[in-house]
Design a protein around this ligand. Structure first.
Ligand code: PMP
Length: 354
């Protein structure tokens, strides 16, 4: 064995238990496949692909379609292999050795993880016990660390909390560097920071096709940001990083926005049904604007509840040993049947019906 970089030695990878179960509600995917029309259109386009040629290096057509969706210029759109690769490219360009990245914990673990992999230092601000973010804490972190990049996730993962618009505006007013608003789940909430994006502001908003667009398998994400920033990212990303199939799949998916919006509406109403049902049990439930819900059983240990759900063939995310998330579990909203199955299993467990 040869030694890895010193600063990587202490890093732990990203883990999510993959267990064989009937009901998988652990990774915030869409429970619905894309519409049949999507599959048919993609299959027919694929039969005409020039496989011997590299794909369009800058994914012009896809960027233009995404730009149309949001009413921005194609030069304000950057596309990559999942929003994780979008975040990585941003951090390669704007973080790295000698620079500082700030997060407000608990939040999506990959922000700090990717920042560290680029060699940056990470400063963790703290949310309150109810996971809201105090404006004074934002000021403290910005003044103390002067971060080159600061992250806000709205709705936040794993808490589900929607960040108020004032918090993004506060960051824009006070942050010395780049503000990244991760909106992987924004379609399930009631507002977006997209209309704050402008060439005069150091703000990017990241989005993904993995959730709403039922395309986690394709790995496609993007950001909307200032033109000058997008040109820097284009220098950093590998040539031809976005394959021809993904470019087609993304463009075709965008033709089905009516179906996708119907799926979002179903998931939002199922989320509210799950939330109400959990609140009637001896469980603390956190408000969610996403396609998942964080909850904390009051009388039974979180890890035990997780295992007993697995025993009933239901898999949720075990956050019970994560910092600041004592005893918490996170359930992804599934199909109505999956949700009912989850709720009856959980009800039996917390009421101790064996
Ligand atoms: N941001 C957040 C907040 C997420 O929860 C996730 C997925 N778990 C991602 C980004 C990455 O999504 P993807 O790479 O599938 O686009």
């Amino acid at each position: 064995m040869i030694p890895v970089r010193d600063d990587l030695r202490a890093l732990d990878g990203y883990h999510s238990a993959q267990v064989e179960v009937d009901v998988r509600l652990n990774t915030n995917e869409s429970p619905f496949p894309p519409p049949d029309g999507f599959r048919d259109a993609l299959a027919s386009e694929l039969s005409r692909v020039d496989w011997n040629r590299y794909p369009d290096r800058s994914a012009h057509a896809l960027r233009a379609d995404i730009a149309d969706l949001h009413g921005v210029d194609p030069t304000q759109v950057f596309v990559a292999n999942g929003s994780n690769e979008v975040l990585q490219t941003v951090l390669l360009a704007y973080a790295g050795p000698g620079r500082t990245v700030a997060t407000f914990e608990p939040t999506y673990q990959m922000h700090a993880q990717i920042a560290r992999v680029t060699g940056a230092s990470v400063v963790e601000g703290e949310r309150g016990a109810d996971f809201t973010l105090d404006p004074a804490e934002v000021e403290r972190v910005l003044a103390g660390a002067a971060p080159d990049v600061v992250f806000l996730t709205s709705p936040n993962n794993p808490t589900g909390l929607v960040e108020p618009r004032e918090r993004v505006e506060q960051l824009l007013a006070s942050a010395p560097g780049l503000v990244v608003v991760d909106e992987a789940y924004a379609q399930f909430s009631d507002w977006t920071a997209l209309d704050l994006v402008d060439d005069s502001r150091p703000l990017v908003v990241t989005r993904t096709f993995s959730k709403t667009w039922s395309m986690a398998g394709a790995r496609l994400g993007y950001l909307v940001g200032p033109t000058w920033l997008v040109s820097e990212l284009d220098k950093v990303v590998l040539p031809y990083h976005l394959d021809v199939v993904k470019q087609l799949a993304g463009r075709i998916a965008l033709r089905f926005s009516t179906e996708m919006n119907e799926r979002v509406a179903t998931l939002v109403s199922e989320r509210d049904r799950i939330s109400d049902a959990l609140s009637a049990l001896p469980i603390d439930v956190f408000d969610s604007g996403a396609n998942f819900i964080l909850f904390r059983p009051r009388d039974v240990d979180g890890r035990t509840v997780w295992q007993q759900l697995v025993d009933r063939s239901v898999l949720v995310r075990d956050c019970s040993s994560w910092p600041r998330l004592d005893n918490c579990l996170r359930v992804t909203v599934g199909t109505p049947d999956e949700n009912t199955r989850f709720l009856s299993a959980l009800t039996a467990i917390v009421n101790d019906d064996t």
